[in-house]
Ligand binder design. Structure first.
Ligand code: FMN
Ligand code: SF4
Length: 439
C-alpha cells in the first residue's frame, strides 16, 4: 500500500506508481520523465551534475545515509572513453521489514533507469547493473521491459540523444543471500564468486567491479536523481522537513492498522507516519517499542513515538534511520521472541568470513532460545551482554552485518531487562497479561 498525498509534486517518487501497470516510455514522458536526462545531456558537464546532486543534499537511502554527490566525487575523473567504470543499483532488499525498493521497481522502473543513466553520465560509466532481490519476479520482469523500452526509444545504447555518451544497462537477479546487499559482497557476487565482503579501503569508487571504479547506490537513491535534475536544487531542498533534501519512502510493519510504504518529506515525525498514514495501532494493541529503520537498527521505546525521522535525531536517541521502514513491537508480543527471531535471521545469513559473526551469532541465537523456552539462567543474560561487547563494535568484523545484528539485541537487553530477568527466573518468555498491559 502506498500513501497518495494530493499534490504529486510533493511525492515525486510515487507520483506515477499508483496505477495498475507501470508507465511505458510515452506515459512516463507525459508525467515529466526524461526531462532531467534531456537537460543533463543537452549541455551540463559531469562535474556540474555531481555539484548539483551534492548541493541537493541527497543522502543514500540504502541505510548508511552517505552523501550521494560526495560519493560520486571520489570516482576518478577520466571520461568513459579513457577508463572503464561501472554503476550498480543495489536492489537486494533482504533487510527484514524493508520493502520500499520493490514498490519502485514494480511501480515505476523507468524512473530508476533514468536515474542510472544520469548517474552514469556524472561518473562517466559505460556499463550499469541493476542487482535485484531474487524473489522480486514481477520487478525483474518489469525492469527488463523498461530497459528494452528505454533502449528502443534511444535513451540507452550508443550516442544517447546525440550527446556522444554511451551506456548499456542490464538487470541481474541476486542468488538470494542477505550479505549480497553489502556493496562489496554484491560486487564479488557479480564477478561470479562467493559473496564475501571485501576490506575497505580501497572503496568501490576507486576499485570496484573487476577492479574498475564503481558506484553502488540504493534503488531509492537513484530514483531521486531524475527529479533533482529536472526540477532543481531549491525545489528538492524544499520537499524536505529537515536539513537534508527530498522525500523519503517511510514504512511501517507490525500491528498497525494500515502497514505499508508512504512517501513523506524527509524528517517527518514518527507520529505522523504511524498515526496519520498507518492509521495507528490495531484495536487492543499498544506500541511498546520499534525498530525505526529495519531489522539492523536498535530499538527505541514508545517514548520516542513522535521522534523526528531525519538522519541525526534517531542517532542521538541511540538508533539509526536505517532504511526508514519501522518494525513495531506491540504490548502483546514477547520482545524476547522478536529478538530471537531477528537473531535467527542474522545467524543464518552470516557469510562465515569472520569468526565473531560466524560463531557468535548462532551462539547468541541458542542462548535466546534457551531463555525463551525457560532453560536459561541469570548468567545467560551476562553472556548475551558479553556477546554484544565482542561482536557489536564496528571494526571487529569485515562488514557491518555483525554490528547490525547486535543492534536490536543490545538495545533489547536494556529496554526489556525485566522481561529477560523474569524469563530466566523460570517459565521462559511470557506474553504480558491484560492486567499488566493495562497497568
Ligand atoms: C549486511 C548488509 C546488507 C545490506 N543490504 C543492502 C540492501 O539490500 N540494499 C542497499 O541499498 N544497501 C544495503 N546495504 C548497504 C550497502 O552496503 C551500501 O551502503 C548501499 O548500497 C549504498 O547505497 P546508498 O549510498 O545509496 O545508500 C547493506 C549493508 C550490509 C552491511
Ligand atoms: S561480519 Fe559476518 S557477514 Fe560480514 S564478513 Fe564477517 S562473517 Fe561475513
Amino acid at each position: 500500500m502506498s500513501y497518495t498525498a494530493k499534490d504529486p509534486e510533493k511525492r515525486p517518487l510515487l507520483a506515477l506508481v499508483d496505477q495498475a501497470d507501470p508507465p511505458d516510455v510515452a506515459t512516463y514522458e507525459r508525467g515529466g520523465g526524461f526531462r532531467g536526462l534531456r537537460r543533463v545531456l543537452s549541455g551540463l558537464s559531469p562535474a556540474e551534475v555531481i555539484d548539483e546532486v551534492t548541493k541537493s543534499k541527497l543522502r543514500g537511502r540504502g541505510g548508511a545515509g552517505f552523501s550521494t554527490g560526495m560519493k560520486w566525487s571520489f570516482v576518478p575523473k577520466e571520461s568513459q572513453k579513457e577508463r572503464k567504470k561501472y554503476i550498480v543499483a543495489n536492489g537486494d532488499e533482504m533487510e527484514p521489514g524493508t520493502f520500499k525498493d520493490r514498490l519502485l521497481v514494480e511501480g515505476n522502473p523507468l524512473q530508476l533507469v533514468e536515474g542510472m543513466i544520469i548517474s552514469a553520465y556524472a561518473i562517466q560509466a559505460s556499463h550499469g547493473v541493476i542487482f535485484l532481490r531474487g524473489e522480486y519476479h514481477l520487478g525483474l520482469e518489469r525492469l527488463k521491459i523498461a530497459v528494452e523500452q528505454a533502449k528502443a526509444a534511444g535513451f540507452l545504447g550508443e550516442n544517447i540523444l546525440g550527446s556522444g555518451f554511451d551506456f548499456e544497462l542490464i538487470v541481474h537477479p541476486s542468488g538470494g543471500r542477505y550479505i549480497c546487499g553489502e556493496e562489496t559482497a554484491l560486487l564479488t557476487a557479480l564477478e561470479g564468486r562467493r559473496a564475501n565482503p571485501r576490506t575497505k579501503p580501497p572503496f568501490p569508487q576507486v576499485s570496484g567491479l573487476w577492479g574498475a571504479p564503481t558506484v553502488v547506490n540504493n534503488i531509492e537513491t537513484f530514483s531521486n536523481i531524475p527529479h533533482i535534475m529536472a526540477n532543481g536544487i531549491d525545489w528538492y531542498l524544499g520537499l524536505s522537513a529537515c536539513g537534508d533534501g527530498g522525500t523519503k519512502l517511510y514504512g511501517v510493519s507490525g500491528r498497525a492498522k494500515r502497514p505499508g510504504v508512504y512517501e513523506l518529506p524527509l524528517g517527518t515525525r514518527m507520529g505522523i507516519l504511524l498515526e496519520e498514514c498507518a492509521g495507528g495501532m490495531q484495536d487492543g494493541y499498544r506500541l511498546r517499542a520499534f525498530l525505526p529503520g529495519g531489522a539492523s537498527t536498535a530499538f527505541l521505546g514508545a517514548e520516542h513515538a513522535d521522534i523526528v525521522l531525519d538522519y541525526p535525531t534517531p542517532e542521538k536517541a541511540g538508533s539509526r534511520l536505517g532504511t526508514g521502514l519501522a518494525i513495531l513491537l506491540d504490548d502483546r508480543a514477547s520482545p524476547i521472541g522478536m529478538i530471537r527471531n531477528l537473531e535467527h535471521f542474522f545467524a543464518q545469513e552470516s557469510c562465515g568470513w569472520c569468526t565473531p559473526c560466524r560463531d557468535g551469532l548462532p551462539w547468541v541465537e541458542k542462548l535466546l532460545i534457551d531463555i525463551e523456552e525457560g532453560r536459561g539462567g541469570p548468567d545467560d543474560i551476562l553472556r548475551l551482554q558479553d556477546a554484544c561487547r565482542l561482536i557489536g563494535p564496528m571494526g571487529r568484523t569485515f562488514c557491518a552485518h555483525a554490528p547490525g545484528a547486535i543492534a536490536p539485541l543490545e538495545s533489547g537487553l536494556r529496554l526489556f531487562r525485566e522481561d529477560f530477568e523474569r524469563a530466566v527466573q523460570g517459565g521462559g518468555a511470557v506474553v504480558p497479561s491484560a492486567q499488566e498491559r493495562a497497568a
